[in-house]
Design a protein around this ligand. Structure first.
Ligand code: ADP
Ligand code: MG
Length: 381
């Protein structure tokens, strides 16, 4: 990838660009906790975006996407918003830096990536983070702090790409470190690195390649249930700002006052917040068996209590359990996408082969398989 980028840059612009990169991400555990003020636990992965970039002394931005085989140029003013979806991420990052009082002049860039698009690994955050990091170094002497760089990516999605996302993806992509996962408190934005070096295990994602229509309406309903449960608990315990602040016992106190459905949703969320903490403790002891068990518990919760799984994902999870895979759960919002699996090296081939074979036989299309290693996020190469 590096060579192709450098060669194209030379052909187009007759110079060597400086190389920057950033990464996609996984979330080990902590699902549907973000909007409840709880923890998420992501890490950057070994696939991402790489770009050669050089200021060009004008106010025109010229970018070539190798993967789309397309050249786009624009000025960094609102009227100049590009038509191409991929270019809007770069335009947006430039605009958001300028809106915050930063500087961005014209530049030349060539980029490519190897994060599968739309698979739940956040290729878009990798793209935003690469350019946010680079434009900070090139035009702002690195003065914009890392959290602000993540927010610049998030605002880009909100304002230029029509995606009202949280902060996790951009946070992981900017802050990611090889061999570490990062526990982020979505209420206070405090974060802490934990070691993740699963020697003798692999992390593998099995992509069901389905996306059920339910996702967005169900998401709004889940949020409403959580808010309803939190409001009921708050009457007894005014310190409960978000559902994640509540103790399990406090939820039991209001069981008769809220619909059973809201109770189950809240039961999942409160359990999930605790599971993130338990996984962090286990990682500090190098105890990957407990980590795996927690992943299964999360899957159970997402499937039976939060009800955001689907037949394809439950199938993959059940197969993992049957084959004694250490941990497995649906990753992301649900109703499709990937399962994330923690698999012993010795079991890896058998599991992946069985998953592909049996899933294909059952659903008529093959799942995709992505191996990931926890790696560095945004950086200059
Ligand atoms: P994801 O879950 O992977 O973030 P999104 O739909 O949010 O999915 O973002 C995918 C979009 O990001 C693509 O449609 C494209 O516009 C842009 N993108 C990601 N990776 C690349 C790439 N390698 N080259 C060009 N554009 C990319
Ligand atoms: Mg995205």
């Amino acid at each position: 990838m590096k060579k192709r980028i450098q060669e194209k840059f030379k052909t187009l612009f007759g110079a060597e660009g400086t190389l920057y990169a950033s990464a996609g991400r996984i979330n080990l555990i902590g699902e549907h906790t973000d909007y409840n003020g709880g923890y998420v636990f992501p890490g950057a992965i070994d696939c991402g975006i790489m770009a050669a970039i050089e200021p060009n002394g004008t106010d025109l931005v010229k970018v070539f996407s190798l993967d789309m085989d397309e050249f786009v140029q624009f000025h960094l003013v609102e009227e100049s918003i590009p038509e191409q979806a991929w270019a809007r991420y770069i335009f947006g990052v430039g605009r958001e830096i300028i809106k915050r009082g930063g500087k961005v002049g014209g530049f030349n860039a060539v980029f490519a990536g190897d994060v599968p698009l739309g698979a739940g690994l956040s290729s878009s955050a990798a793209l935003e983070s690469t350019f946010a990091f680079a434009l900070n170094e090139i035009f702002n002497e690195g003065k914009i702090d890392k959290f602000e760089l993540a927010r610049i990516g998030q605002s880009t999605e909100h304002n230029y790409c029509g995606v009202k996302c949280g902060i996790m993806d951009q946070f992981a992509s900017i802050f990611g470190k090889a061999g570490s996962l990062i526990r982020l408190n979505c209420k206070t934005l405090e974060y802490k690195y934990f070691p993740f070096n699963p020697k003798g295990y692999k992390l593998v994602l099995i992509d069901s390649c389905v996306k059920h229509e339910l996702a967005s309406s169900a998401y709004n309903k889940r949020r409403a249930s959580c808010e309803n449960a939190a409001a009921a608990i708050r009457k007894n315990h005014p310190e409960v700002e978000f559902l994640s602040d509540a103790k399990r016992l406090w939820l039991d106190e209001v069981r008769d006052q809220i619909p059973e459905e809201d109770f189950l949703r809240a039961e999942y969320v409160i359990g999930e917040v605790q599971r993130v903490l338990d996984v962090c403790d286990a990682l500090e002891r190098d105890d990957y068996e407990t980590v795996g068990e927690m992943m299964y518990q999360t899957h159970f919760g997402l499937s039976r209590l939060y009800e955001v799984s689907c037949e394809e994902l439950d199938f993959l999870n059940k197969l993992a359990r049957k084959m004694d895979v250490t941990g497995s759960r649906v990753m992301g919002g649900g109703f499709g996408g990937c399962t994330i699996n923690l698999v012993k090296d010795s079991l890896y081939d058998a599991f992946v082969n069985a998953a592909v074979e049996q899933f294909t036989a059952r659903f008529g299309h093959a799942p995709k398989v992505y191996n990931v290693v926890i790696s560095d996020g945004a950086r200059k190469l």
